[in-house]
Design a protein around this ligand. Structure first.
Ligand SMILES: Nc1ncnc2c1ncn2[C@@H]1O[C@H](COP(=O)(O)OP(=O)(O)OP(=O)(O)O)[C@@H](O)[C@H]1O
Ligand SMILES: [Mg+2]
Length: 255
């Protein structure tokens, strides 16, 4: 049994009269791919917003690698290695794929005006960042590294988004619907790459996904939410066979 790298305890988040999250406890094991599922409006994105520091919870605690990160701002949370990619990939379309990776890197020497005179340090750091970028390109099988990011397909853009998270030194990556808008073949490719990164680099993933037909075969653990609470959790099979999930999420017939 592996240890949780991230956990939330008793999270509550309201917006005016709307209770978006109530008493949400989740544990994400280190090196796992954990998935959040649930109907529209069940609180999945809000939970990721709370974990990543975009929203402060009204109550409860978020712990990452044993550190209480509750209510800390997003830049601080990502500096700890807990990085979120967004639903719509947003690279700089006119910059090359490689440049998009380089600028995502934490400690990019180009950022630091004060360090510019220290040429030796600068060169060493820069070549390390290039090395890392080419390893990431290789890992994601992104061959169009010198092309503008704007020419990439939807699936490749999702991979670039993961690559940019890796360049920041992410230890855990959170993604909101990585398969949205992709055809099944590309969606499988994206999940297969996520699985590969998880296995080769030991990165932990927390993923929101509606495409259960595709995602379930890749995930280690699933949390099902409805109306702001966790209604079931376990392996994909356990959750999909839980009557509460069938009723609350998968149910419904065409009369
Ligand atoms: N910034 C906000 N202001 C007001 N209400 C919000 C805000 N963000 C979320 N909500 C409300 O909180 C509830 C949960 O929304 P959330 O976006 O987390 O659901 P979700 O599970 O991600 O849904 P979907 O699958 O459609 O993306 C909804 O009722 C939503 O309208
Ligand atoms: Mg959402």
């Amino acid at each position: 049994m592996s240890q949780p790298v991230l956990n939330t305890v008793n999270i509550r988040k309201t917006f005016g009269g709307v209770v978006a999250l109530d008493s949400v406890d989740i544990n994400v094991d280190k090196g796992s791919m954990t998935m959040l599922i649930g109907p529209n409006g069940s609180g999945k994105t809000t939970l990721i917003n709370v974990i990543s520091g975009f929203y402060k919870p009204d109550r409860g605690q978020v712990t990452f690698e044993g550190r209480d990160i509750t209510g800390q701002p997003p830049n601080k949370v990502s500096a700890y290695g807990l990085v979120r990619t967004f639903q719509i990939p947003s690279p700089f379309v006119k910059l090359s794929v490689l440049e998009n990776l380089l600028i995502a890197s934490k400690g990019n020497p180009g950022e630091s005006f004060l360090k510019a005179p220290l040429k030796m340090t600068w060169h060493k750091k820069e070549s390390e960042i290039y090395d890392r970028a080419f390893r990431v390109l290789d890992l994601l099988n992104l061959k169009l590294w010198d092309q503008p990011a704007g020419v990439l397909s939807g699936g490749q853009l999702k991979l670039l988004e993961i690559g940019r998270a890796l360049m920041t030194g992410a230890k855990m990556i959170m993604m909101d619907e990585p398969a949205a808008g992709l055809n099944p073949v590309l969606a499988h490719k994206v999940f297969a790459h996520i699985c590969d990164i998880k296995q080769r680099l030991g990165i932990t993933f927390l993923i929101i996904e509606h495409r259960l037909d595709i995602a379930l075969q890749y995930v280690d653990y699933v949390y099902a939410m409805a109306l702001g609470t966790v209604i079931s959790h376990g392996t994909g099979e356990e959750v999909m066979n839980d009557p509460k999930v069938i009723e609350g999420y998968l149910g419904g017939t065409c009369a």
